[in-house]
Design a protein. Structure first.
Length: 429
């Protein structure tokens, strides 16, 4: 990526502060000294294997205790969730709510746990949640579901690629049988085909029950690929089980063309009086901010139009045992604010890529399961409800942050909370 002449010159000065060209060459050169011992043990979580890893690092006893704890006798709980275990990181968890959700699957007043180290985040989402609840709640709906995996196959020519596709499109029922033989809960529902030169991408879309499903669809797709290699009349030169067309763990332009995880929308109607009381601004000012920020997002090249979905989703995902990296794609969507004929504010969010589950992954770990239990959404039968709560939470965050920006209180709120300058910061309002 290009940089200006000024920036390049300034960066060169910083580099030369390390010494002359020969010194820098030495710093950047290959080093062939013997490596220190590798971290041992992989998935082993016994006290002995944990101690062997600790012997590799130089750290104070206080810092070790902060990570390991005085008695780390429950390491086996993490055997299926992490490798090379040495301890746990403790994050503060805050509670917001009530957040009233009037959804197809989530129908109650929720108290929502959020894990974060960012001051002002919980306070902001709490304010948005109360605002929504006082207005009667957010209406939410799961619009679509599906988790995809996109293997890619390379051939010697376009003709071979086309011949392979002609065969593959006739095999969907067979692929479905093979894929569903690897899982009790996953269902292969569709296959999309993309040809690029002599490359073919088969984008398999699955329903994953109450699991987020990333591992489930990978295992099922690998079984399909094995079947393809064994039975296709046109053999590929090579293939990969994921060829980066599924959108996995990244924001992509195809987010609004399909679904990854669960596509959810949420809306609320707020009176001018309630906005004045809780946000100290007006519907007109908030709609003006939304229009300007939407254009700013377009000009900066963002995918979607939203303020900060990632804040609330990351805090919810970490608290509830979700794959936090999926925030990269889950935090894509559209926020819309409009004034109505009676002067109220209509606010909505639509998120097409909410990767959430209530079984599997980290959802069974003690702290994470406890957070799901706070929501009343632990275990089977609750994944769609969790997705609707996530959308309502995102709406709460958009209302609060845009309210603060519209009322010229955004920087003041962060200064108070983050820098500890607010003498009333500990007083509940």
């Amino acid at each position: 990526m290009p940089v200006s002449h000024h920036d390049a010159s300034e960066h060169l000065k910083r580099i030369l502060s390390f010494g002359d060209a020969e010194r820098i060459k030495v710093l950047l050169s290959r080093k062939d000294e013997k490596l220190p011992p590798r971290v041992p043990g992989a998935s082993l979580t016994s006290a002995e294997s944990i101690e062997r890893r600790w012997r590799l690092v130089q750290i104070s006893s206080e810092s070790r205790a902060a990570l390991l704890g005085a008695d780390f006798s429950f390491g086996d709980l993490f055997a299926h969730n992490i490798e090379n275990l040495i301890g746990t990181v403790k994050l503060p968890v805050g509670l917001i709510g009530p957040l009233r959700v009037n959804g197809l699957f989530a129908q109650k007043d929720f108290y929502v746990p959020l894990a974060t180290t960012e001051a002002a985040l919980v306070a902001s989402y709490h304010r948005g949640a109360l605002l929504i609840s006082e207005a009667g709640g957010a209406s939410t709906a799961v619009l679509a579901e599906g988790v995809s995996r996109a293997p890619g196959f390379a051939f010697n020519s376009i003709f071979e690629a086309g011949s392979f596709v002609a065969w593959a499109v006739s095999q969907l029922e067979t692929f479905r049988t093979v894929a569903e033989g690897t899982t009790n809960h996953g269902k292969l529902v569709d296959m999309r085909v993309t040809i690029e030169g002599n490359h073919v991408y088969l984008n398999f879309e699955f329903l994953t029950g109450d699991a987020a499903g990333q591992n489930m669809v990978t295992i099922a797709t690998q079984a399909v690929c094995d079947h393809i290699i064994a039975h296709t009349p046109v053999k590929p030169d090579h293939y990969f089980v994921e060829a980066n067309l599924s959108g996995d763990k990244k924001a992509s332009a195809q987010s609004f063309q399909s679904v990854r995880g669960r596509k959810v929308t949420a809306e609320v109607l707020l009176s001018a009086g309630l906005i004045a009381k809780r946000l100290h601004t007006t519907p007109e000012q908030m709609a003006k901010y939304w229009r300007m920020s939407a254009l700013g997002g377009v000009m900066s090249g963002t995918i979607g139009v939203q303020g900060h979905y990632a804040n609330g989703l990351a805090a919810l995902y970490i608290a509830c045992g979700q794959d936090a990296a999926c925030v990269s794609e889950s935090a894509v969507g559209v926020t819309r604010f409009e004034t109505t004929s009676d002067g109220s504010l209509y606010a909505s969010v639509t998120l097409p890529n909410l990767i959430v589950g209530t079984v599997g992954g980290g959802t069974s770990l003690p702290s994470q399961k406890a957070c799901l239990e706070i929501l009343g959404l632990a275990g089977n039968g609750h994944a769609r409800a969790l997705a609707e709560v996530a959308a309502a939470l995102s709406l709460a965050g958009e209302l609060s942050i845009i309210g603060a920006l519209s009322a010229q209180q955004f920087s003041r709120a962060h200064e108070k909370r983050a820098r500890g300058l607010d003498p009333e910061g500990a007083v509940e309002k």
